[in-house]
Design a protein around this ligand. Sequence first.
Ligand SMILES: NC(=O)c1ccc[n+]([C@@H]2O[C@H](COP(=O)([O-])OP(=O)(O)OC[C@H]3O[C@@H](n4cnc5c(N)ncnc54)[C@H](OP(=O)(O)O)[C@@H]3O)[C@@H](O)[C@H]2O)c1
Length: 212
Amino acid sequence: MDVLLLGASGRIGHRVANELLDRGHDVTGVSRSGEVEGVEDASFVAVAGDATDPDDVAQLAAGHDAVASTLGPGEDTSPDVLVNMMEAVIEGLRRASVDRLVWTGGAGGLSVGPDTRLVETDDFPDEWEPLARAAIDAYDVLADDDDLEWTYLAPAALIEPGERTGEYRTAAGELVADEDGESYISMEDFAVALADELEEANAVHTYLGTGY
Ligand SMILES: NC(=O)c1ccc[n+]([C@@H]2O[C@H](COP(=O)([O-])OP(=O)(O)OC[C@H]3O[C@@H](n4cnc5c(N)ncnc54)[C@H](OP(=O)(O)O)[C@@H]3O)[C@@H](O)[C@H]2O)c1
Protein backbone atom coordinates (compact mmCIF):
# COMPACT_ATOMS: atom_id res chain seq x y z
CA MET A 1 0.00 0.00 0.00
CA ASP A 2 1.17 3.54 -0.70
CA VAL A 3 0.46 5.49 2.50
CA LEU A 4 0.62 9.22 3.19
CA LEU A 5 1.41 9.67 6.89
CA LEU A 6 0.64 13.13 8.27
CA GLY A 7 2.63 13.84 11.44
CA ALA A 8 5.38 11.33 10.67
CA SER A 9 7.95 13.16 12.79
CA GLY A 10 5.87 12.87 15.96
CA ARG A 11 6.30 10.53 18.91
CA ILE A 12 3.58 8.21 17.65
CA GLY A 13 4.12 9.10 13.99
CA HIS A 14 7.66 7.82 13.53
CA ARG A 15 6.68 4.54 15.19
CA VAL A 16 3.73 4.19 12.82
CA ALA A 17 6.06 4.90 9.89
CA ASN A 18 8.44 2.15 11.00
CA GLU A 19 5.61 -0.33 11.57
CA LEU A 20 4.20 0.29 8.08
CA LEU A 21 7.65 0.07 6.47
CA ASP A 22 8.41 -3.20 8.30
CA ARG A 23 5.25 -4.60 6.69
CA GLY A 24 6.45 -3.65 3.22
CA HIS A 25 4.33 -0.57 2.61
CA ASP A 26 5.59 2.61 0.95
CA VAL A 27 5.30 5.66 3.20
CA THR A 28 5.41 9.38 2.46
CA GLY A 29 5.89 11.11 5.81
CA VAL A 30 4.75 14.69 6.31
CA SER A 31 5.77 17.27 8.89
CA ARG A 32 6.00 21.06 8.68
CA SER A 33 9.79 20.99 8.48
CA GLY A 34 10.03 18.00 6.17
CA GLU A 35 12.48 16.38 8.60
CA VAL A 36 11.69 13.00 10.13
CA GLU A 37 14.17 11.46 12.56
CA GLY A 38 14.30 7.78 13.40
CA VAL A 39 12.96 6.46 10.10
CA GLU A 40 15.42 5.14 7.53
CA ASP A 41 14.12 2.96 4.76
CA ALA A 42 14.33 2.96 0.99
CA SER A 43 10.51 2.95 0.87
CA PHE A 44 10.23 6.12 2.98
CA VAL A 45 10.19 9.70 1.74
CA ALA A 46 9.98 12.68 4.13
CA VAL A 47 8.29 15.80 2.78
CA ALA A 48 7.25 19.21 4.11
CA GLY A 49 3.60 20.19 4.21
CA ASP A 50 1.01 22.04 6.23
CA ALA A 51 -1.88 19.86 7.38
CA THR A 52 -4.05 22.92 8.02
CA ASP A 53 -3.95 23.77 4.31
CA PRO A 54 -6.34 21.75 2.10
CA ASP A 55 -4.30 22.57 -1.02
CA ASP A 56 -1.17 21.09 0.57
CA VAL A 57 -3.07 18.02 1.74
CA ALA A 58 -4.63 17.48 -1.69
CA GLN A 59 -1.26 17.73 -3.45
CA LEU A 60 0.41 15.40 -0.96
CA ALA A 61 -2.40 12.84 -0.89
CA ALA A 62 -2.78 12.51 -4.66
CA GLY A 63 -1.84 9.03 -5.87
CA HIS A 64 -1.77 7.41 -2.41
CA ASP A 65 -3.97 4.45 -1.46
CA ALA A 66 -4.68 5.73 2.03
CA VAL A 67 -3.88 8.53 4.47
CA ALA A 68 -2.99 8.06 8.12
CA SER A 69 -2.78 10.90 10.61
CA THR A 70 -0.72 11.08 13.75
CA LEU A 71 -1.02 14.86 13.76
CA GLY A 72 -0.96 16.77 16.99
CA PRO A 73 -0.74 20.43 17.94
CA GLY A 74 2.64 20.04 19.60
CA GLU A 75 3.53 22.50 22.33
CA ASP A 76 3.59 25.61 20.16
CA THR A 77 -0.01 25.68 18.91
CA SER A 78 -3.49 25.81 20.46
CA PRO A 79 -5.18 22.40 20.68
CA ASP A 80 -8.03 23.87 18.62
CA VAL A 81 -5.79 23.52 15.55
CA LEU A 82 -6.90 19.87 15.53
CA VAL A 83 -10.26 21.01 14.16
CA ASN A 84 -8.56 23.05 11.39
CA MET A 85 -6.41 20.04 10.58
CA MET A 86 -9.42 17.73 10.40
CA GLU A 87 -11.31 20.11 8.10
CA ALA A 88 -8.28 20.58 5.84
CA VAL A 89 -7.53 16.85 5.69
CA ILE A 90 -11.13 15.95 4.82
CA GLU A 91 -11.23 18.58 2.09
CA GLY A 92 -7.76 17.65 0.80
CA LEU A 93 -8.66 13.96 0.54
CA ARG A 94 -11.89 14.83 -1.27
CA ARG A 95 -9.97 16.89 -3.83
CA ALA A 96 -7.35 14.14 -4.26
CA SER A 97 -10.03 11.41 -4.55
CA VAL A 98 -8.49 9.40 -1.71
CA ASP A 99 -11.21 7.65 0.33
CA ARG A 100 -9.41 6.00 3.23
CA LEU A 101 -8.36 7.88 6.39
CA VAL A 102 -7.18 6.47 9.71
CA TRP A 103 -6.90 9.33 12.23
CA THR A 104 -5.08 9.10 15.55
CA GLY A 105 -7.45 10.80 17.96
CA GLY A 106 -7.93 11.14 21.68
CA ALA A 107 -9.30 8.82 24.33
CA GLY A 108 -11.24 11.62 26.07
CA GLY A 109 -14.44 11.07 24.10
CA LEU A 110 -14.59 7.33 24.76
CA SER A 111 -17.29 5.98 27.02
CA VAL A 112 -16.33 4.76 30.51
CA GLY A 113 -19.86 4.02 31.73
CA PRO A 114 -23.48 4.96 31.11
CA ASP A 115 -23.57 8.45 29.56
CA THR A 116 -20.04 9.23 30.79
CA ARG A 117 -17.00 9.97 28.65
CA LEU A 118 -13.46 9.75 29.97
CA VAL A 119 -12.99 13.54 29.83
CA GLU A 120 -16.00 14.00 32.12
CA THR A 121 -14.62 11.84 34.93
CA ASP A 122 -13.36 13.46 38.17
CA ASP A 123 -9.88 11.95 37.79
CA PHE A 124 -9.31 13.36 34.30
CA PRO A 125 -6.32 15.75 34.59
CA ASP A 126 -7.29 19.42 34.16
CA GLU A 127 -4.21 20.13 32.08
CA TRP A 128 -5.24 17.59 29.44
CA GLU A 129 -8.80 18.82 29.13
CA PRO A 130 -8.34 21.48 26.38
CA LEU A 131 -6.58 18.93 24.14
CA ALA A 132 -9.18 16.27 24.90
CA ARG A 133 -12.05 18.67 24.13
CA ALA A 134 -10.39 19.79 20.86
CA ALA A 135 -9.91 16.15 19.85
CA ILE A 136 -13.62 15.53 20.46
CA ASP A 137 -14.52 18.60 18.36
CA ALA A 138 -12.31 17.22 15.57
CA TYR A 139 -14.04 13.85 15.88
CA ASP A 140 -17.43 15.56 15.53
CA VAL A 141 -16.28 17.09 12.23
CA LEU A 142 -15.14 13.69 10.98
CA ALA A 143 -18.28 11.90 12.16
CA ASP A 144 -20.36 14.26 10.00
CA ASP A 145 -18.53 13.12 6.86
CA ASP A 146 -20.34 10.47 4.85
CA ASP A 147 -17.95 10.29 1.90
CA LEU A 148 -14.68 9.13 3.47
CA GLU A 149 -13.98 5.62 4.71
CA TRP A 150 -12.68 6.94 8.02
CA THR A 151 -11.59 5.36 11.28
CA TYR A 152 -10.93 7.49 14.37
CA LEU A 153 -8.43 5.41 16.33
CA ALA A 154 -7.86 6.42 19.94
CA PRO A 155 -5.00 5.36 22.20
CA ALA A 156 -5.68 4.16 25.71
CA ALA A 157 -5.88 6.81 28.47
CA LEU A 158 -2.10 6.51 28.81
CA ILE A 159 0.24 5.92 25.87
CA GLU A 160 4.02 5.96 26.19
CA PRO A 161 7.09 4.65 24.41
CA GLY A 162 7.40 0.98 25.31
CA GLU A 163 7.50 -2.52 23.88
CA ARG A 164 6.05 -3.91 20.69
CA THR A 165 4.17 -7.00 21.85
CA GLY A 166 1.81 -7.19 18.86
CA GLU A 167 -1.04 -7.68 21.35
CA TYR A 168 -3.84 -5.20 21.99
CA ARG A 169 -7.61 -5.04 22.31
CA THR A 170 -10.11 -2.66 20.73
CA ALA A 171 -13.60 -1.51 21.62
CA ALA A 172 -15.99 0.61 19.54
CA GLY A 173 -16.72 3.85 21.38
CA GLU A 174 -15.34 2.58 24.69
CA LEU A 175 -12.18 3.04 26.69
CA VAL A 176 -10.15 -0.18 26.80
CA ALA A 177 -8.90 -0.95 30.33
CA ASP A 178 -7.52 -4.05 32.06
CA GLU A 179 -9.13 -5.85 35.00
CA ASP A 180 -7.56 -3.36 37.42
CA GLY A 181 -9.09 -0.46 35.52
CA GLU A 182 -5.74 0.65 34.04
CA SER A 183 -5.98 1.94 30.49
CA TYR A 184 -2.60 1.77 28.78
CA ILE A 185 -0.96 1.00 25.44
CA SER A 186 2.62 1.37 24.26
CA MET A 187 3.23 3.62 21.26
CA GLU A 188 4.69 0.60 19.47
CA ASP A 189 1.51 -1.46 19.93
CA PHE A 190 -0.66 1.51 19.02
CA ALA A 191 1.33 1.61 15.77
CA VAL A 192 0.49 -2.09 15.26
CA ALA A 193 -3.21 -1.33 15.79
CA LEU A 194 -3.09 1.55 13.31
CA ALA A 195 -1.30 -0.52 10.67
CA ASP A 196 -3.76 -3.41 11.19
CA GLU A 197 -6.71 -1.05 10.72
CA LEU A 198 -5.18 0.42 7.56
CA GLU A 199 -4.67 -3.05 6.12
CA GLU A 200 -7.92 -4.68 7.25
CA ALA A 201 -10.46 -1.82 7.52
CA ASN A 202 -12.40 -3.63 10.24
CA ALA A 203 -13.65 -0.46 11.90
CA VAL A 204 -14.75 1.93 9.17
CA HIS A 205 -16.91 4.83 10.46
CA THR A 206 -15.96 3.94 14.03
CA TYR A 207 -14.43 5.71 17.03
CA LEU A 208 -12.24 2.82 18.13
CA GLY A 209 -10.50 2.59 21.50
CA THR A 210 -7.29 0.59 21.89
CA GLY A 211 -5.47 -0.83 24.92
CA TYR A 212 -4.49 -4.03 26.68
N1 LIG B 1 -4.42 9.23 25.49
C1 LIG B 1 -4.67 9.99 24.43
O1 LIG B 1 -5.81 10.26 24.09
C2 LIG B 1 -3.52 10.51 23.63
C3 LIG B 1 -2.24 10.46 24.16
C4 LIG B 1 -1.17 10.91 23.37
C5 LIG B 1 -1.44 11.44 22.09
N2 LIG B 1 -2.70 11.49 21.63
C6 LIG B 1 -2.96 12.09 20.32
O2 LIG B 1 -2.17 11.47 19.33
C7 LIG B 1 -1.75 12.44 18.36
C8 LIG B 1 -0.23 12.32 18.16
O3 LIG B 1 0.43 12.51 19.41
P1 LIG B 1 2.03 12.66 19.51
O4 LIG B 1 2.35 12.73 20.95
O5 LIG B 1 2.68 11.65 18.64
O6 LIG B 1 2.21 14.13 18.87
P2 LIG B 1 3.57 14.91 18.51
O7 LIG B 1 4.77 14.13 18.96
O8 LIG B 1 3.40 16.31 19.01
O9 LIG B 1 3.55 14.90 16.91
C9 LIG B 1 2.70 15.74 16.19
C10 LIG B 1 3.04 15.63 14.71
O10 LIG B 1 2.22 16.54 13.97
C11 LIG B 1 3.07 17.32 13.11
N3 LIG B 1 2.43 18.61 12.82
C12 LIG B 1 2.00 19.54 13.72
N4 LIG B 1 1.41 20.56 13.07
C13 LIG B 1 1.48 20.27 11.75
C14 LIG B 1 1.02 20.93 10.57
N5 LIG B 1 0.36 22.10 10.60
N6 LIG B 1 1.23 20.33 9.37
C15 LIG B 1 1.90 19.13 9.30
N7 LIG B 1 2.34 18.46 10.38
C16 LIG B 1 2.13 19.03 11.59
C17 LIG B 1 4.36 17.44 13.88
O11 LIG B 1 5.45 17.73 13.04
P3 LIG B 1 6.15 19.20 12.97
O12 LIG B 1 6.01 19.82 14.33
O13 LIG B 1 7.55 18.87 12.58
O14 LIG B 1 5.39 19.88 11.92
C18 LIG B 1 4.49 16.00 14.40
O15 LIG B 1 4.97 15.16 13.37
C19 LIG B 1 -2.20 13.81 18.89
O16 LIG B 1 -3.33 14.23 18.20
C20 LIG B 1 -2.50 13.54 20.33
O17 LIG B 1 -3.54 14.39 20.80
C21 LIG B 1 -3.75 11.05 22.36
